[in-house]
Design a protein around this ligand. Structure first.
Ligand code: FAD
Length: 392
């Protein structure tokens, strides 16, 4: 049986980020994904916010044009235009990002097993046996640390007896390639309690790709049907897709209950959606994938260096939860608004002076997941996680 310092289940952004940092730090890594080709079946729109773009390098050619303009719409399509003096968003070409991150991992000596399904674990005293299946052929590997980067419905979380996501919204979108686009890159966000109950419908149009989608609480919400009606609602008024070509559809669950509390045991830990590391308000999970995985990698390297499994317990969701209290409350309020008239009224408030400031803060605030990487780096050997509380 092959032995690895760390086995990572899931090669989405969280798993890849963790794998490239750990392999760069000298750990022997096996990265596993059930997908055959990471650039296929992408399930995210891929919008990166300003702070992520400032703090992390992306490989050349993997980001769309900068977006500075946002238009917010009421259910009756009244609009509110917001413009920032900064480049606020870019839509990532996610397939290319995943492939570039994977190349980094392989260059660092990490092994990647594609078309491989995680089946389960058996715990030994000081290690874990991980059961895998590659195209119908079962095999096992042994590891000191098992990382669950297997998304919102994490099987690893269950097997490690860690916390599991309980609150989700569902997102579904179509991606078009425009033939000609002279429009300024713009993010359009639509409040609509029927077509996007508890979240938003959106058009992200950066001139290179047009993403049209809906998101909402699953109960009583049929995303495909809602998207069809949404496209009819906006067609000709806000956007014409006559010259655009449908390239792909994307969709999936987005956990919005906040970072889970228990995200580590002595045998392993969770990152990304598996850890519930998504902003409960905006449902943005890409920035947390990069930051939380960096923190996880730091803790794992310390565990490997000291050969002390308890080091993993430093990695706790409690460090972050207090930072998300206000966003969780706002999520509860949004979830409770199921009436179009109330949304129309709320939109009226947003068009006023204070409301506009609030909207600008939500869309253009330099928020991110707590900035853990640099702080830990400064105290590399002491793992003083209390420093995290000062993160931005
Ligand atoms: C429609 C939609 C739009 C979104 N848009 C944005 C956005 O614009 N900006 C933003 O910040 N966030 C967005 N999000 C959220 C963001 O996409 C996620 O938070 C992020 O992609 C999570 O990454 P991850 O690596 O944790 O999980 P995932 O990307 O889900 O990766 C998990 C990986 O694990 C693999 N896997 C799962 N189970 C197994 C198994 N048993 N065996 C082997 N492999 C397995 C899967 O194949 C997958 O590759 C969106 C989400 C959705 C659904």
């Amino acid at each position: 049986m092959k032995f690895y310092d760390v086995v990572i289940i899931g090669a989405g952004l969280a798993g890849l980020q963790c794998a490239r940092l750990l392999s760069g730090g000298g750990a022997k890594i096996l990265l596993v994904d059930r997908k055959t080709d990471l650039s296929k079946s992408v399930h995210t729109t891929g919008i990166f916010v300003r702070k992520t773009l400032e703090d992390f390098d992306f490989p050349p050619g993997t980001l769309g044009k900068a977006v500075r303009r946002v238009t917010l719409y009421s259910p009756k399509l009244k609009s509110l235009n917001l413009t920032s003096e900064n480049d606020e968003f870019r839509v990532g070409k996610m397939g290319k990002i995943y492939q570039a991150f994977l190349r980094d991992c392989l260059a660092n000596g990490a092994e990647f097993s594609n078309s491989t399904r995680y089946i389960g674990i058996e715990n030994n005293q000081s290690s874990t046996i991980v059961k895998l299946d590659r195209n119908g052929a079962a095999f096992e590997v042994e590891t000191k640390v098992l990382v669950g980067a297997d998304g919102a419905n994490s099987r690893v979380a269950k097997d490690l007896r860690l916390d599991e996501n309980k609150e989700w919204i569902v997102g579904y979108e179509e991606v078009f390639h425009p033939v000609n686009s002279n429009d300024e890159p713009r993010l359009h966000c639509f409040l609509d309690a029927e077509l996007a109950p508890g979240y938003l419908a959106w058009i992200a149009d950066d001139g290179e790709e047009i993403h049209i989608g809906v998101g909402g609480y699953a109960a009583g919400f049929n995303p495909r049907e809602a998207l069809k009606i949404f496209k009819e609602k906006i067609s000709g008024k806000i956007l014409s897709l006559k010259t655009a070509k449908l390239a792909e559809t994307r969709g999936g669950q987005i956990p919005v209950g906040g970072v889970l509390r228990k995200i580590a045991s002595e045998n392993g830990l969770l990152i990304g959606d598996a850890a519930g590391a998504v902003s409960p308000l905006t449902a943005g999970g890409l920035d947390p994938c990069l930051r939380l995985s960096a923190m996880a990698a730091q803790v794992i390297l310390e565990r490997l260096k000291t050969d002390e499994p308890k080091v993993l317990l430093n990695y706790s969701g409690e460090l972050f939860r207090a930072r998300f209290v206000s966003r969780l409350w706002m999520r509860r309020i949004i979830a409770a608004v199921s009436n179009q008239k109330l949304l129309e009224l709320g939109f009226g408030f947003l068009r006023g002076g204070i409301g506009r400031k609030f909207a600008k803060h939500v869309f253009f605030g330099r928020g991110s997941f707590p900035d853990v990487e640099l702080k830990i780096k400064a105290k590399r050997n002491s793992l003083d996680t209390s420093l995290l509380k000062n993160g931005s």
